[in-house]
Structures are given as structure tokens and as C-alpha cells.
Design a protein around this ligand. Sequence first.
Ligand code: NAG
Ligand code: NAG
Ligand code: NAG
Length: 124
Amino acid sequence: MTLLAVFAAAFLSLAAAAPLASLELRDVYTPPVLYPHAGTVWKIGNHHNVTWNTTDPPKQITNPIGQIYLTKNLINLNISLASGFNILDGRIVVKVPDVTPGDKYAVVLFGDSGNFSPFFTITH
Ligand SMILES: *[C@@H]1O[C@H](CO)[C@@H](O)[C@H](O)[C@H]1NC(C)=O
Ligand SMILES: *[C@@H]1O[C@H](CO)[C@@H](O)[C@H](O)[C@H]1NC(C)=O
Ligand SMILES: *[C@@H]1O[C@H](CO)[C@@H](O)[C@H](O)[C@H]1NC(C)=O
């Protein structure tokens, strides 16, 4: 298990909607987050599309309901940026929350599994 997988598993246990079965390797769908990416800077209060790559999804997706959390230093801040959307949508608008400005922020996208963006920065 990679470090990220361990964190993803921890997050999944927080996300009540995600069944533990989704931790099984078979049919797990983890579309890569495309935006935010390394070098992204978000201003508090602005709106942005978080996007992810939905090319080649599996035929069967165990849990198609997406959820996006904000993390800092890979620690879940328990700030839900978006929830209840379809993982196949490929994008969802989020509002940058009023958090301490800094770097090492990342979003984590849940559908069948957890998927972290690269680190990015939040400013005033
Ligand atoms: C998000 O993407 C949609 C579709 O491309 C676009 O219409 C909308 O303006 C975007 N919203 C933001 C906040 O960038
Ligand atoms: C999306 O995923 C497909 C299949 O893995 C890949 O060919 C494509 O380059 C990806 N697109 C982006 C924008 O990363
Ligand atoms: C996370 O946030 C939700 C709702 O905002 C709250 O009900 C829950 O207790 C929080 N969990 C933790 C671990 O802080």
C-alpha cells in the first residue's frame, strides 16, 4: 500500500456513503485529478472547476457518487468542497473556503476510491 492509499483508506472511513467494499482492487475507479495541479493558486472565495480525467471508465462503477475534500499536508481538514455529483461528470465547481493561506493544499476526489491532486496554494 502506498502512503496515499493509506490516507485514502482513512478518508474513506470518514465518508459514510463509501462502502468498505470499494477498497477491493477489482473495479475500483480512480480518475486522475487534472485541476488543481502543481503551481495552481486559488484565492479564498473564488470559484473553480475541479476537473478529472473520465476517459476509459470501467463498465461497472461500484460507487458513482463523487465527493471532494480539502487536505493540507495530506491531512484531511474535513472540509467538503462538493458532494453528491456523478463521478463521470469530469468537473464540479467549488468555492475556495476561508482557510489559512499557504501551500501543500490538495483536493481528494472520492468515487470508488480516493484520488489526490498535486499540492497547490491558497492565498487571500
Ligand atoms: C466551469 O466549467 C464550465 C464548463 O466548462 C463553465 O461553463 C463554467 O463557467 C466554469 N466555472 C468556473 C467557476 O470556472
Ligand atoms: C486521460 O486519460 C487517457 C486514458 O488514460 C489518456 O490517454 C489521456 O491523455 C488523459 N488526458 C489527460 C488530459 O490527462
Ligand atoms: C466532519 O464534518 C462533519 C460535518 O461538517 C461533522 O459532522 C463531523 O463530525 C466532522 N468529522 C470530524 C472527524 O471532524
